[in-house]
Design a protein around this ligand. Sequence first.
Ligand code: GN1
Ligand code: MG
Length: 367
Amino acid sequence: MTITGQKAAELLPVFNINGDLKEIFPITNGNINQTYDISVDINGKEKHFVLQDINVFVFKNPRQIMKNIELITTHIASKLEKNGDDRNKVMHFLYTGEGKNYFEDGEGFFRISEFVPESVTYNSCDDLNILRSAGKAFGNFQVMLSDFDASKLFETIPDFHNTRKRFDTFFAHVKEDCCGRVLSVAEEISQIENLYSPAVLLNRLLDEKKLPLRVTHNDTKINNIIFDKYTNEAKTVIDLDTVMPGLVAHDFGDAIRFAANKVAEDSPDFSDVSLDMDRFEAFAQGFVGELKDSLNRTEIETMATGAFTMTAELAVRFLDDYITGDKYFKTLYAEHNLVRAKNQIKLAYDMLDKLERMNDIIYKIAE
Ligand code: GN1
Ligand code: MG
């Protein structure tokens, strides 16, 4: 739901912010939750916060998300402190008078965090140093959670990166054709059918217990990292809604899918869609470099496959949303999900072509 200025002002005292709302701006990065930058006058000083209304169609149980986030961030904060680092480096939400890190009423499910000052985020980036540091930040996020007991976490979206299930659900929806759109995307459906077999490789290796489950972020778009505005150092990893047990290749792969595509994931310039190998290498240096001592052989061998897998999965998810009536992802125009799907299909095929080169790069870094 859209948050009005009046609602934002009402929420300030609920989260113990003693000040007056000055302005509220939508932050349009995310495809799911409604997010705002709010500025508040606190005793004559302006301070910014991030206010969000969680999408409860997507996150059926938002209280579980907030519990997960509380556990994860407390774990990371105490680890930072132990290492002599600043515990505030990890993101944290404000608490209400009732001791909750959220507030819900008939109008929405709200949470507020402090805006990281002097910071910047990137939706796309061709600066290889920034990409390397993004890789390092997401790799380090997993390092910080490597001793976290995964059984404490709720599965906030069951089967979130169960690629095989994503495909199977999609094929079932194709049969149902609830919105009469299937015929118009017959070509894309057959392209997706041809991706099925390579895309379920990670599922198979997981079933065979050759890949370990770790605590992963699961939504590693580069805009989920806050960078220092002046030094471009990665400061904080945000968007912890989908932190759940997962595969390391999912985190690596989703980041590559998003940050190493030559164009945005929803660009309609399909002929420009392609995996940029320099960006791939830079991110991999940061990510694999950070984690290599803890990765097993199969994880290293399937890291690049993860990029293909996540791209194929997103192609499926976007097309699935299109044929079932655009209920999941925010769309700005009628064919937005279809454009996203076509873009990701093109990228997935390009990655299959480049798989060997990608693997060579990973092996070199992991040596
Ligand atoms: C959604 O809301 P945002 O932009 O952080 C989605 C991700 C997709 C992404 C595609 C919970 O993330 O899985 O990769 O859109 N998040 C959820 O842009 O489904
Ligand atoms: Mg997200």
